[in-house]
Design a protein around this ligand. Structure first.
Ligand SMILES: [Zn+2]
Length: 333
């Protein structure tokens, strides 16, 4: 009521218009805020222009320590490293690489098998490649085992190479297998040559390279055998081919390399929960990486995807179970 005793109750139509106006105003603000958040997170400047994830299959730190790997030693000296990172359980190749390259554990990614199964399709959660591709980055994968095809989410990898014609037969058996499996793998030397050529020509933004030799030698001769120690030396030469290509392509100052493994091993197998099988190296080298830095925080294989996305300035999906290993870098955030 006002001083004249007249009611200030608004006519119904006017009230509805005002309510609608308020609703538009509020939702407009909400929309604008959401848009700003989206724009600001989507346009985060990349911390590195190129990220290379290199996996040494069966790369047990204790055996690496016995091997001659001068290129890896250089990267460790110039970069950041922990020899006590952890893979997932079961510590076997395909589930572990799927966690490494999706940032989620097997319970979420559901790739629990360890062979190439043409009928099984591709992983049903986003991969580091599908997320990066959606954000506009170019992607590539070079692998020594066919089963990585399960990680090829449609339209996520611009260039995939598994050169079956160059493969050789390997018999493997992991914890839980009822019988040994015969498969075909491509050596690190061949994988590195393909990767090096592509790096020089295409300069991919996100590139995954897989070296299988130590795993092959471990299954045949044992983890820590002279043959496996030689296989690690071969991987080091392959690694040097890749780093040379990165330099030749002019990418050394704008790249980060993450070098890790899918599992360790013991005797002639792996797949268990023991430190022998589950401990992996996690090494970073490149732009923004602290020099001679010892990573003391706990690192899990799911952190590889998180770190790669963070380096490329891509917002982390909420579903991710890994975290970027920020302590190894000198970036402000
Ligand atoms: Zn493996």
């Amino acid at each position: 009521m006002d001083r004249n005793g007249k009611s200030h109750r608004l006519p119904a139509v006017q009230k509805r218009v005002q309510t609608a106006f308020r609703f538009c105003l509020i939702s407009g603000w909400v929309f604008a805020a959401a848009f700003l958040i989206l724009v600001s997170s989507a346009s985060a400047a990349p911390r590195a222009q190129h990220v290379f994830i290199i996996s040494i299959d069966g790369g047990k730190p204790a055996v690496i320590a016995q091997s001659s790997m001068p290129e890896l030693s250089r990267l460790v000296t110039e970069g950041g490293c922990t020899w006590e990172a952890r893979t997932i359980n079961p510590s076997i190749t395909l589930p572990s690489h799927t966690s490494m390259l999706t940032g989620v554990e097997p319970r979420k990614h559901k790739v629990t098998w360890n062979t190439w199964k043409p009928g099984a399709g591709t992983v049903q959660v986003p991969t580091v490649f599908s997320i990066a591709k959606e954000a506009g980055f170019s992607t590539a994968m070079f692998v020594g085992k066919e089963k990585f095809k399960h990680l090829l989410v449609p339209n996520s990898v611009d260039h995939f190479e598994f050169d079956e014609a160059m493969g050789s037969a390997v018999v493997t058996s992991v914890v839980g297998d009822s019988k040994p499996r015969k498969t075909s793998t491509v050596s690190a030397k061949i994988v590195a040559a393909s990767a090096a050529s592509h790096i020089r020509n295409a300069k991919p933004d996100l590139c995954f390279i897989h070296f299988t030799d130590p795993d092959d030698a471990g299954h045949k001769h044992g983890w820590g055998s002279p043959q496996q120690i030689k296989a690690f030396a071969d991987v080091d030469q392959a690694l040097a081919q890749v780093t040379l290509a990165i330099r030749d392509a002019g990418l050394a100052k704008s790249s980060v390399l993450i070098i890790t493994a899918d599992h360790g091993g013991h005797a002639k197998t792996h797949g268990g929960k023991t430190p022998d099988d589950m401990t992996i190296p996690w090494i970073v080298w490149g732009c923004g990486v602290k020099n001679q830095f010892s990573i003391t925080s706990a690192v899990n294989t799911c952190d590889t995807t998180a770190t790669a996305l963070w380096l490329l300035g891509i917002p982390q999906p909420r579903s991710l179970q890994g975290l970027p290993v920020k302590t190894a870098f000198s970036f402000a955030d």
